[in-house]
Design a protein around this ligand. Structure first.
Ligand code: TMP
Ligand code: CA
Length: 359
């Protein structure tokens, strides 16, 4: 089956968050420091592009970065609480468009966009996610879109910042130019082994047999590296985020204000949404009606209750919301959607994911 997998990565994330709350920083080299308990020591968490031009990089000791910096380079201590808040808002937007999201760090996630909209809509979804993150939060991100995680991740770096890179075929040509270190799972130790066999670029792997890689790295890794170097990656997106909302939308056959006709669709959508939301085994309190009118404007109306514990209750609220909409607006309805959200708090795994994992 054809798949569509995207890797979304916020650009120079911590530094971009600082630029967001202090716009005066824009246009200046900005470096974010993880302070250490020793005075005047620490490591660089990230740097914006102007600071990267000064050869300042993530992971570098503070002292070295200070030597490379100019007088106008600004050093800021990391404020992880603030970055986590921004990250949550970004993920709310991602969750709105995709329900198969694997968060890999505070600013990075894989999205399986294969369904329900289909592979053809994946590019459009990526554009919409980028636009919404920019419009509502003022942040840029870069996305790689492909059929697998490997190419999606490498692709996300191709057009940074604010890039969208799409590649569904010709992986061989794309991978050919990349260094062996770029292959997923190849760190300094494995890079050394590859180099000892004269492999510097991914394309060099094709001079060797799969059996030889298995000999050097063991069965599992040897096979993976062999497959990856040919652009083959079977790893699936493993959703690890708790559902924040469940929604379904439908386009009406013709634009309409006929409440009976629209309610028919709302009943169907409510059924689907309620069943899907019940799978979380959590209570939910908010129901929303999402309307796209003939001018393509989106209007969302919501109501919260102590608990929405039956399909009938959900439909009843949606009905009220529809009548409110029809009373307030003169426009015809093009698309209609039902959404539930405000799930009861649960024990998520998100917290641990926020701890930055290197490599
Ligand atoms: P980025 O800045 O390249 O977008 O990386 C994402 C965030 O992860 C970054 O803003 C800070 C954090 N980070 C570290 O703390 N240490 C590191 O070595 C890297 C690469 C990132
Ligand atoms: Ca990033």
């Amino acid at each position: 089956m054809q798949t569509a997998i995207a890797l979304l990565d916020l650009d120079y994330f911590y530094a971009q968050c600082e630029e967001l709350r202090k716009p005066k920083l824009i246009g200046k080299p900005v470096v974010i420091v993880m302070p250490s308990i020793r005075e005047n020591s620490g490591a660089i968490a990230t740097a914006n592009y102007l600071a990267r031009d000064q050869k300042i990089k993530s992971g570098m000791p503070l002292q070295l970065a200070k030597k490379l910096a100019n007088n106008d380079t600004i050093f800021i201590n990391a404020d992880k609480g603030y970055y986590k808040e921004i990250s949550s808002k970004v993920f709310e937007i991602i969750d709105f468009f995709c329900d198969k999201v694997e968060q890999v760090s505070i600013d990075e996630a894989y999205l399986d966009l294969t369904s329900p909209l289909g592979v053809e809509k994946a590019e459009d979804t990526c554009i919409k996610i980028k636009e919404k993150i920019k419009r509502e939060l003022g942040l840029t991100c870069s996305i790689g879109l492909s059929t697998n995680k490997l190419i999606a991740k490498l692709g996300s770096n191709e057009k940074k910042p604010d890039g969208l890179f799409i590649l569904y075929d010709n992986f061989e040509k794309f991978l050919g130019k990349k260094k062996i270190r770029d292959l997923f799972g190849v760190g300094p130790k494995f890079e050394k082994i590859f180099k000892s066999h004269g492999i510097n670029k991914i394309s060099d792997v094709k001079n060797f047999k799969k059996e030889e890689l298995i000999e050097w790295f063991g069965k599992a890794k040897g096979e993976d590296f062999y497959n990856f170097s040919n652009g083959v990656d079977e790893r699936v997106v493993e959703p690890n985020r708790e559902k924040q909302q469940v929604s379904r939308m439908i386009t009406l056959r013709v634009d309409s204000r006929d409440s009976e006709l629209i309610l028919e669709q709302i009943n169907l959508l409510s059924d689907l949404v309620f069943i899907e939301a019940s799978k979380t085994h959590k209570k939910f309190k908010t129901a929303s009606l999402v309307i796209v009118n003939s001018n393509f404007d989106t209007v969302t109306k919501s109501k919260s209750k102590n608990e929405i514990n039956s399909i009938e209750k959900l439909i009843e609220i949606e009905k009220i919301l529809l009548h409110e909409f029809l009373d307030e607006s003169l426009s015809k309805i093009r698309r209609v959607g039902v959404r539930v959200s405000n799930f009861e708090e649960g024990k998520g795994i998100q917290k641990t994911l926020f701890e930055f994992k290197s490599g």
